[in-house]
Design a binder for this molecule. Structure first.
Ligand SMILES: Nc1ncnc2c1ncn2[C@@H]1O[C@H](COP(=O)(O)OP(=O)(O)OP(=O)(O)O)[C@@H](O)[C@H]1O
Ligand SMILES: [Mg+2]
Length: 219
């Protein structure tokens, strides 16, 4: 049996304010599509930060591929993150780099060769339908296009899982649907997707697994 891509076992992580996660359990298998749904402040973004190992649980354990939060070394963290692509609500593109560079950058830091960087970055941009805009700057793109560039950047390292934190939150309905279609298509090609959203309406009827979180606890 293939191991899960992401495992969270009884994780607790409280901010100094005493808010945060009290008890979270979540398993994402290879190729699965999972929605993490809960109201504002429930802890969705914090769960993604634990998976990304930006934060660590004070109790319990987070496992990403072969890396456990209990034993991971600081020098392993870039390798943990390379197995994950992440997409945020506010795109987070580099404003002073063109579309191609925004995607290529994520590969260059892995030490990939020049020709490989070019080939993979153009392929990822092709997957989101934006290869023809590769020389544009982010401010020359619509919000929906900027988010598609962010998805291409998240895909370029061929991650085991794509994490998306409210990726349609800043988009109108049409662009939101385009991003949802894109995430579903990426999932159909085999990449696991974990998408956090407060929008239960968006996810019901999609036929995907829904994990609910409230007050820092998965239900
Ligand atoms: N850096 C921080 N310092 C202190 N408290 C925080 C911090 N980040 C989040 N919190 C608190 O932790 C709880 C969970 O926050 P989190 O951002 O994970 O919620 P969320 O489900 O992503 O909400 P939203 O739907 O609004 O994005 C909230 O009570 C929030 O106020
Ligand atoms: Mg959030």
């Amino acid at each position: 049996m293939r191991r899960p891509v992401i495992q969270i076992h009884n994780a607790k992580m409280l901010y100094p304010t005493g808010e945060g996660l009290h008890r979270v359990n979540l398993i994402v298998d290879p190729g699965e599509f999972v929605f993490l749904v809960g109201p504002s402040g429930a802890g969705k973004s914090t769960v993604l930060k634990l998976i990304y190992m930006e934060l660590f649980p004070s109790e319990g354990q987070v496992i990403v591929g072969k890396y456990s939060s209990l034993s991971v070394r600081p020098k392993d963290i870039p390798y943990v993150r390379r197995q994950l692509g992440i997409v945020f609500q506010d795109f987070k593109l580099l404003p002073d780099r063109d579309v191609f560079e925004n995607v290529a950058f994520a590969l260059r830091v892995t030490g990939a060769r020049r020709d490989e960087v070019k080939r993979k970055a153009l392929r990822a941009l092709g997957e989101v339908g934006l290869a023809h805009k590769r020389n544009k700057m982010p401010h020359e793109l619509s919000g929906g296009e900027q988010q598609r560039v962010a998805v291409a950047r998240a895909l370029v390292n061929e991650p085991l899982a794509l994490l998306a934190d409210e990726p349609t939150g800043n988009l109108d309905r049409e662009n939101a649907e385009a991003i949802m279609d894109l995430l579903l298509r990426i999932n159909q090609k085999g990449t696991a997707v974990l998408m956090a959203t407060h929008n239960l309406e968006l996810v019901s009827g999609m036929g995907k697994r829904i994990v609910r979180i409230e007050n820092g606890r998965t239900l």
